[in-house]
Ligand binder design. Structure first.
Ligand code: AMP
Ligand code: MG
Length: 504
């Protein structure tokens, strides 16, 4: 009798509970990560591992690192590359898919939510086209820093569980060290995933995908009289709020293609993203965004455009639901019209909190717009203006810190007079007001020059201390940290970074 050899069970327990791998073949390609020569653990996110119910010692063991490097397939993992399409800068690509990412499986977090565990940079897949399937250390560290900062700032986002250096160079414009990021997401469903099945003309697959998205992210839609409309409404509501949160923090995503727009409402894809320093609505960082398509102030418009692509993809289901083409279209339009309402409501409420107002008054929007206009004209740092405004709210002696951020301090003074009159209508004490304002206007954001310095130290000198220190400050962005002031300051002129790169 032939002896059947089973692989020895591992001692790293992810407790994978995979649902995406149960969908039909056309949704993905089954493929394992490609092993790398010399994996080395650079970073493990202890706090996130805890939330996922994962054991730190197991993850940091040789076997754990082998899994995070793609050198070993964990027990219960069913590795696959997801299929998706997408509009990139307005141009439709029928097939993109995970060209360098590998979904290991799903785990249920301590919060009861199902999370994808994905290796980014894990080798070639059937979706790689001409790419090498790999990621360079710089962009991996960058995604780690910025996505974790966003999480700490309270913005829905994919997260970073680990960074492993591969010991294998990647060839871009120069030779760079390779790395793999373990990304955690509520799911990796994108607007582009729906577009993929629309392009294939397969209504049954669109329905399967929609049902899957409802079960995973919008369970309340399952019982709605029009479930697919409820799904569309749900995504639109979450994305409207998300973009408002970005805007309130001065965040510029940089590559808002439909394949980078998640169905769960999380920020995904930290390629050329950046936080704006001197406020200007037209700010663009991405080196490939020549037309300013994804400029700071265009983000709500870009998201509405992307959600229109989602509505198009769901249209066959909406038409069925409504009983006629005309009513299906009307349903899609009705849903899309609400995007602006969600966005503006979240933005206005957020801005009111940043200005220290509890009461809602008609003129508040104008007051906010006037401040932003003066900031733009005077090159005021976005984050610091609002942070120091908290000190000004605490007492008039706080004015000085804000004034000095304006090229012409008198531009702030004129606004400040009106602002103080408006504050008189409020009944909250100055101290309490300042404390509340500090909870929405951070002291620390991942400033581009600090991020670059941390990456450079890691790449050029294998010194990850600056990376660790930056992460530590960014983990509590709303707390003042004595001794850490330099992390709150804008770049000096010679430190300024005006361009960011995808690095893919
Ligand atoms: P991104 O710019 O990261 O949103 O990626 C857009 C598309 O290009 C996705 O389908 C990626 O999987 C693919 N891609 C990006 N970089 C690589 C790479 N190095 N190798 C293979 N595919 C890649
Ligand atoms: Mg992407």
């Amino acid at each position: 009798m032939m002896e059947v050899k089973y692989p020895a069970p591992g001692s790293v327990h992810f407790n994978f509970k995979n649902s995406y791998a149960r969908l039909p073949d056309g949704f993905y390609a089954r493929i394992a990560p490609t092993p790398v020569p010399a994996p080395r653990l650079i970073k493990l996110n202890v706090e996130l591992a805890g939330r996922l119910g994962l054991d730190i010692a197991e993850l940091a063991s040789a076997e754990g690192i082998a899994i995070l490097a793609g050198n070993r397939v964990a027990d219960g993992s069913e590795p696959l590359a997801m299929a998706y399409a997408g509009h990139q800068f307005g141009y439709f690509v029928r097939q993109l898919g995970d060209g360098r990412a590998n979904l290991l499986g799903e785990v249920i977090g301590r919060d009861g939510v199902r999370y994808d565990i994905q290796l980014k940079g894990a080798g070639r897949t059937p979706f790689s086209r001409n790419g090498d399937g790999r990621a360079a250390l710089g962009p991996v560290l960058r995604e780690y820093i910025v996505s974790e900062a966003m999480a700490a700032l309270g913005v829905p986002t994919t997260r970073a569980l680990a960074v492993v250096a591969t010991g294998q160079p990647v060839y871009r414009e120069t030779v760079l060290p390779g790395a793999i990021l373990t990304r955690v997401a509520a799911s990796h469903l994108r607007v582009g995933t729906f577009q993929y099945f629309l392009a294939q003309g397969d209504v049954e697959d669109i329905r399967r995908l929609a049902d899957y998205a409802i079960a995973r992210h919008y369970p309340e839609a399952a019982d709605a009289p029009r479930r697919y409309r409820a799904l569309l409404d749900g995504v639109i509501a979450r994305q409207g709020k998300l973009v408002a949160q970005w805007m309130l923090l001065g965040f510029i995503h940089g590559v808002m293609n439909t394949d980078n727009t998640s169905i769960s409402g999380e920020t995904i894809d930290y390629g050329p993203c950046a936080f704006m320093e001197a406020y200007h609505p037209g700010t663009v960082f991405s080196s490939i965004d020549h037309q300013g398509r994804y400029a700071y102030s265009n983000q709500p418009h870009a998201m509405h455009w992307n959600l229109t692509r989602l509505a198009e993809s769901l249209l066959p289901l909406l038409v069925e639901e409504e009983g006629s083409e005309e009513s299906g279209l009307a349903s899609a339009h009705e849903a899309l019209e609400k995007f602006g309402i969600h966005f503006e409501a979240a933005r206005d409420a957020g801005m009111r909190r940043k200005l220290g107002f509890v009461l809602e008054r008609e003129e508040d929007t104008l007051l906010a717009e006037d401040l932003l206009k003066r900031m733009a004209e005077n090159g005021a740092d976005y984050t610091l203006t609002f942070r120091r405004l908290c000190d000004a709210a605490a007492g008039i002696e706080g004015n000085q810190g804000v004034r000095t951020l304006f090229a012409d301090p008198a531009a702030f003074d004129a606004w400040e007079t009106v602002w103080r009159q408006r504050l008189m209508r409020e009944s909250v004490s100055a101290e309490e007001r300042a404390a509340q304002m500090r909870q929405v206007s951070p002291a620390f954001i991942p400033r581009n020059h600090l991020v670059e310095a941390a990456l450079r130290a890691g790449i050029e000198r294998q010194d990850f201390q600056p990376f660790e220190e930056l992460l530590d400050v960014l983990a509590h962005p709303y707390d003042d940290r004595p001794g850490m002031e330099r992390y709150s300051l804008p770049a000096r002129p010679e430190e300024q970074i005006s361009k960011t790169f995808c690095g893919t």
